[in-house]
Design a protein around this ligand. Sequence first.
Ligand SMILES: C[S@@+](CC[C@H](N)C(=O)[O-])C[C@H]1O[C@@H](n2cnc3c(N)ncnc32)[C@H](O)[C@@H]1O
Length: 393
Amino acid sequence: MGLGEVTNLLVTICLFAVPATSFLVSSRRGVVHPHPSSGETCHAFATSTTLFSGGFGAQKSKPKAKKMNASQAKKAQKQLLLRYGGDIASGTSSRIARAIDALDPHLKEAAGLYKQVTQFDALVSPMTEEDRKRLIPLVQEEMANADRARLLSLMEDHDISEQDLHNVYQEATWSASADAKATQADIAGNKMKPELQDRITKACRIAVDASQCEDSVGRVLDVGCGHGSIVLSLTEEGLGNPDMYVGVDLSPEMINAAVERYGSERNGRTGNGRTFIAADFLRHDFEGEFDSVIFCSALHDMPDCLGTIEKAATLLRTGGKLIIIHAQGAQHVLGQHKANPVMVKRGLPLAQEWKEMIASDSDLKLELDIEPADPRSTREEREGYLAVLTKTL
Ligand SMILES: C[S@@+](CC[C@H](N)C(=O)[O-])C[C@H]1O[C@@H](n2cnc3c(N)ncnc32)[C@H](O)[C@@H]1O
């Protein structure tokens, strides 16, 4: 995050762990718009679902984390810079702009309006009515209302959902940065700074343990898997059989990078190897159950936090684990939300919110095992964000 899309910042204030007001209902001048569609069936631009797996590979799995020596690293960095026109941040921004520019005209227009309206809503939502009247000029309110009205009509006419629009920015941003992120991870030997890596290792151990107990079905799902950032950690924690791993990511470029690095491992002669799926987690139909579903730095990028948790819960076997890890912590995610509410709609759920969610939704069937630390707490400084839940009967 923080690439390209961070440029147009309007926002200086954000609510603590509270979602940005939905642009469908927000307006000081009192207009409450009906939701134009549930959005769940719209595939106006949905990423095609692509399954990748296997290849002719090794007998036993050890992902090949290519350790680069200093001169290889220097060369890789130089080539990467060339691919991004000399500067990764501005190269990424240009790629994002090109991706948005290449959209169908109505989707492009809707995406532009969605960005304006979301940024406006994030700016005004923490304000009192009085502050809003004092600080936001009437002309700005009127422009936001006009943008909102045009956006809603485009959405209705072209069957575009809020989820579609969120995904436009997610896919453009992560595809634009996939090469850079994957290459930089290669250069670093696929490890983060030790204190952050320890947190990821701990989460991966919980995911792997769930896949190796008596009731396990032998499958782990890595949601928002990116370029396969935690494949190595999962393997080191004991996910020895590549067939057990399924990764899903909205960005086809991220999935390409993951397949290039980790897609060729097979389980002896007969296994299929790791499965990488380029799709929206919320729209993909997964086959079978999982022992664990892990979101590593990914839950906050989803368009619908509760919907995502509900779906993850349905994919778990009884006793399976839902693991949400963000090594840098919930405070870091709140900073991302503040900087870019278009990409990050809200903060991560805190302990109290998890409890309320579970208590208010009897279909959720989850139990909170490990409560996440609060933002800015000393525990968060020590541990980052980790929430672990067990699927109950
Ligand atoms: C911050 S990155 C994290 C990547 C990786 N897990 C890591 O720890 O490095 C978030 C990832 O979530 C993916 N993503 C966003 N929305 C998604 C969705 N609806 N379904 C699947 N993946 C999604 C993005 O494409 C991106 O690769």
